[in-house]
Design a protein around this ligand. Sequence first.
Ligand code: ADE
Length: 278
Amino acid sequence: MTYKGRLLLNAPFDWLMNAGFDIITIFPEMFSAYLGESILKRAAQKGLLDVKLFNPRDFTTDKHRTVDDYPYGGGAGMVMKVEPIYKALDSIKADGRDRLTIMMSPQGKQYTQGMAESLSREARRVVIICGRYEGIDERVRESLVDEEISIGDYVLTGGELAALVIIDSVARLVPGVLGDDDSVKEESFSWGLLDYPHYTRPPEFMGMKVPDVLLSGNHKTIWKSRRREAIKRTLLKRPDLLEKVSLSREDIEILNELGSNRNAAESRGEEDESDTCN
Ligand code: ADE
């Protein structure tokens, strides 16, 4: 597939966009449960998501289907062998199509929403290599991998959960996977801001009321109030994000107002209740 890009979001070829992954894992069953439910299950049924699983054990030649071995130089734990992974990748690439090969690892580049967006526009199928044990033979990273990705500064028992994070975050950006494409555009980080608070019925629960503005039916006022709430949350919880986001003049006015409310509260030695998000 050579078609690329969100620039053509409203073009009649939208339906051509899909996400294709080839996963190399010694635990393929770990994927079946997650991919077999809810939104991702429906995405696969609609042909918007295609995940194929490849077990390195199927590419071994010994009786025990060995995929790991002791580390050269000694040390704790086992290391995943290069050969079964090389052969799995070779069989994936046998169709001659170009692929982007990712390896999940805590040493990789930190995964972000921006990376999910660019993967959702990726024309090539994406191979994800999932490591286990103490790690993977370094020759895999050196010679077979285009990108090494980490989902955060913590160590998991293997790359499977991390690969599912990538699949999930990319699939939901493919047009048609979520019922309403606006929910992708509106939410946290796509705006560059944290999400605004959401409410549903009842309008009052144990004395806690839904803000009046949301019951007003005035869409312009609702939009403005949500934007204000998103800016407020971002300022309080993730001010670092405000340095990267593009803000309108109105947004900057909101920020200045929130900033001055905060300063006034601080100089009174109080917490500014009106602008505190829980
Ligand atoms: N494998 C183990 N820990 C990981 C992490 N934090 N990100 C990606 N892959 C991993």
